[in-house]
Design a protein around this ligand. Sequence first.
Ligand code: ATP
Length: 235
Amino acid sequence: MSLLELSDVNAYYGNSHVVFDLSLSVEENEVVALLGRNGAGKTTTLRAITGTVPRRHGTIAFRGDSIVDQSVDRISNRGIKLVPEERRIFPTLTVVENLSVARDSCSGTEPRPIEEMFDIFPVLDELRENRGRNLSGGEQQMLAVARALVQNPDLLLLDEPTEGLAPVIVEDLREVLEDIVSRDVTVLITEQNVEFALDLSERAYIIESGENAWDGSIEDLRQREDLLEEYLSVG
Ligand code: ATP
């Protein structure tokens, strides 16, 4: 049984149908990339999983149980945590306070110790008492990931974590995510930075206009310059 299995999932914003019969699966302890151009439907697919898209139908199973009719809170309590593209950290709270709020609002999973977050994210250790609004984009992204991780998710959904970050910060983030992955966290990641996603993942799905276009191993994808060029504007 897969940890997460989507089968023929459709998602809508009002009358606008943006994800069409999409299928994908994620195994326990796997890192899977969800790739595609701008507007391909990657964010919407993650929102379909977390229940935050206005309307969706199809089969979405987590550990074999259907979650498609469950509330956003129930799904979160099952251990599925999303780090959204826009990060949404609390600007007036300090780094420690942001992590404490996440830990204290955790239900369904046993939170990880906040001190472990400072081991994983040394940059945050130095910024413990700094307010969210005073952090750089890269630091905010680290905090957004740490805030999800402190809730000890069974499945971490990362929506374009490198968006807007300088190359040197992207390198720091790569190291942090490699560390997280080595701690047996299962990850589904969307990225425009294809190289970043390929380095981190074992398998990938490419979607185009809300539909499955290709899936396979990263090893195979690296050989497929045609796909990289056609669907991902790389090449
Ligand atoms: P990006 O890299 O731009 O985030 P994406 O692959 O994540 O791209 P989505 O954000 O899922 O794509 O968008 C898929 C489609 O849904 C796009 O055509 C987009 O314009 C549309 N869309 C996204 N959000 C909304 C919304 N709130 N209301 C209406 N349409 C939306």
